[in-house]
Write a protein that binds this ligand. Structure first.
Ligand code: NAP
Length: 357
């Protein structure tokens, strides 16, 4: 690779948008050329519009002028979207129609049968849906989504187990970080020393997206895996890192040792390995009785590794375990960037030759 490819970040001022900016600043293949946000921010410098919250913001990006999220104002053909779902519905469609590839974090298109919902290590084969999407919708670009941040944790923990033993039933209780609600997010009075046992729409997302992620794709679109999922989603006073406590029933009856061995050996799909955002270890199995913990473990693999612990027998189903990952990195911006890297490698990005990465 010689020149870096120009990209845009939509919703660049928000919690996920800022994580995109942090991950893409000095990325070896991508260069942020444009940033977009709401009319409230348009025309201001990025430094002025975004209340920058983590680390140092480079001058190159801080001085970019925030543009309207419209293909007339933003010309990059690779677009990372951290938009609110409501705004994403029209904006992402307009960019896909205009020929851009949109890598979206919003829920708006995730469950459409012709839209890939992808975790790079789990189901990169679902990118084949892009062809069906273009055929059906007449778009010259396309939309590729990544999963909800809590689903990402559950799906990464279950993917290798489903492949090997067939997952039939899942009870998932999530303990989700405050940064998952964006900025300013949950009010301090609700968040401090407290647990809020409701996150609007989250349980449904966990129950629906998991089946699509672990399912197959065919000529009619995505076919869902048939497991039954029951989810309880809770907001907890943690800054970054979503935890999922899982009880799992299998079609076969693996021992706890077999489950541990599969989790320890899992490296994810080959096409997702060795890219700039791939973690050295996709999943890290901890032996200690009190791990994973978000404060200690969320930055494992620069926030891209899944950390698993407490794999033990379950008296109701077969096995239970605890899984945790960084929500705005692995569960959002980092997942999208890795999707884009995989797409570049497969020749699915504008201006990037197949196999050059
Ligand atoms: P956020 O902090 O509230 O940021 C929202 C962004 O969208 C801001 O940049 C905002 O710009 C922009 N925006 C809002 N309305 C707009 C409009 N009408 N036109 C153009 N831009 C508009 O939210 P977030 O937590 O980063 O989440 C962003 C998306 O990612 C959401 O769809 C969310 O569900 C999804 N997601 C979040 C997480 C997470 O852990 N936080 C994980 C996975 C997925 P202004 O600053 O100008 O208002």
């Amino acid at each position: 690779m010689t020149a870096r490819v120009s990209v845009a970040v939509l919703g660049a001022t928000g919690a996920v948008g800022q994580t995109f900016v942090r991950l893409l600043d000095r990325h070896p293949y991508f260069r942020i050329a444009e940033v977009g946000a709401s009319p409230r921010s348009v025309g201001r410098s990025y430094r002025e519009a975004a209340t920058w919250r983590e680390g140092e913001l480079s001058d190159e990006i801080g001085e970019l002028q925030v543009r309207a999220c419209d293909p007339g104002a933003i010309r990059s053909r690779i677009v990372f979207s951290a938009l609110d779902a409501e705004a994403a519905l029209d904006v992402e469609r307009c960019f896909a129609e205009s020929g851009a590839i949109v890598l979206s974090n919003a829920k708006s298109y995730r469950m459409e049968p012709d839209v890939p919902l992808v975790i790079p290590e789990v189901n990169p084969g679902h990118l084949a849906l892009l062809e069906l999407q273009r055929e059906r919708r007449g778009w010259s670009g396309g939309i590729v989504t990544n999963a909800n941040c809590a689903v990402t944790v559950v799906a990464m923990a279950l993917a290798p187990l489903h492949e090997r033993f067939g997952v039939s039933t899942v009870f998932a209780t999530t303990l989700q970080a405050l940064s998952g609600a964006g900025y300013p997010g949950v009010s301090a009075l609700d968040a401090s020393s407290n647990i809020v046992p409701h996150i609007g729409g989250e349980e449904e997302k966990i129950e629906e997206e998991l089946g699509k992620l672990l399912g197959t794709v065919g000529s009619d679109g995505a076919a869902h895996a048939g497991m039954v999922v029951s989810a309880h989603a809770n907001r907890v006073p943690v800054v970054h890192g979503h935890t999922a406590c899982l009880s799992v029933g299998f079609e076969t009856e693996p021992s706890v040792e077999e489950v541990r061995a599969v989790l320890a050996e899992w490296r994810g799909a080959e096409v997702s390995r060795g890219l700039p955002t791939s973690p050295p270890d996709v999943s890290v199995l901890r032996a200690e009785a009190d791990r994973p913990q978000p404060r200690r473990d969320a930055d494992t693999g620069s926030g891209m590794s899944l950390v698993i612990g407490r794999v033990r027998p379950d008296p109701v189903l077969d096995v239970r375990l605890v899984a945790m990952a960084h929500n705005t990195v692995r569960g959002a911006a980092g997942g999208s960037v890795l999707n884009a890297e995989v797409m570049g490698r497969l020749g699915l990005l504008p201006d990037v030759e197949e196999g050059s990465w």
